[in-house]
Design a protein around this ligand. Sequence first.
Ligand SMILES: NC(=O)c1ccc[n+]([C@@H]2O[C@H](COP(=O)([O-])OP(=O)(O)OC[C@H]3O[C@@H](n4cnc5c(N)ncnc54)[C@H](O)[C@@H]3O)[C@@H](O)[C@H]2O)c1
Length: 250
Amino acid sequence: MRRFSGQIVMVTGAGRGIGKAIAERFATEGAHLALLSNDGLELEQTAKDFTDKGYNVLPLCVDISDPVQVDDAIHQAINVFGRIDILINNAGIAWEESFLDITDRHWQQILNVNLNGMFYVSQRVSRHMVKQQSGCILNMASTNGLVGEEKYAHYNASKGGVVLLTKTMALELGRYNIRVNAVCPGYIQTPLTESIDDSEFVEQYIRNKIPLGRVGKAQEVAGVFAFLASEDAAFITGESIVVDGGQLAY
Ligand SMILES: NC(=O)c1ccc[n+]([C@@H]2O[C@H](COP(=O)([O-])OP(=O)(O)OC[C@H]3O[C@@H](n4cnc5c(N)ncnc54)[C@H](O)[C@@H]3O)[C@@H](O)[C@H]2O)c1
């Protein structure tokens, strides 16, 4: 199926993990890609992998927590492609830290990327989508945006913010034919989770918390993003869809 033939898709945090899987899913369905990441080496490697596979990509090295860099990247993408049809706000960071130990700097670091960065990119891209009178924005939240988890106060707060930012954007942008939705994954195996948890922790987590008895794959999240951006989801906006192997059913 090539549901996104010729469409311009911008993906933040596209160098690895879930963002890379999302970008690839859209490319296999015919999209042209603007790939954003703050890690130049990783971005270069992903852009090369994708170009070798015949995908049309524009890599843009940008820290989304810096509004000046965001403005510049969006300007470049519009110069090259002329429009942005779908924005995937995926970039995010996380680490474990107990509430009593979180420094102001760490609090700001996580909020600056996960929530402020999403605001900067979304607002700037929305202004172009308003002119186009069409668009789709998909925000990466988390099950941690819907329920709490110990040792992730900064991360949980940022993802809870994403869920309500999504609803508010949907309310204000619907009149311009722009849909805005969020996806809330549970435990997905990526370089991020591999950097935080050892295999013993993961096995115990699966046993105690995930009814489907395994962690998720990045491609399983990417498919939900593709569905939400497709015509099949034309009447869905302001929604947050959970992709967690049943974890929140407990
Ligand atoms: N892996 C999970 O279990 C899980 C679950 C729920 C939600 N999420 C969310 O999914 C998203 C992707 O997670 P992942 O596991 O693939 O992580 P990852 O660390 O493997 O990939 C994150 C990507 O974001 C980029 N990035 C980080 N900070 C950035 C910045 N300031 N500017 C631009 N790019 C930046 C990184 O370079 C990388 O390409 C995050 O928002 C994360 O919170 C992940």
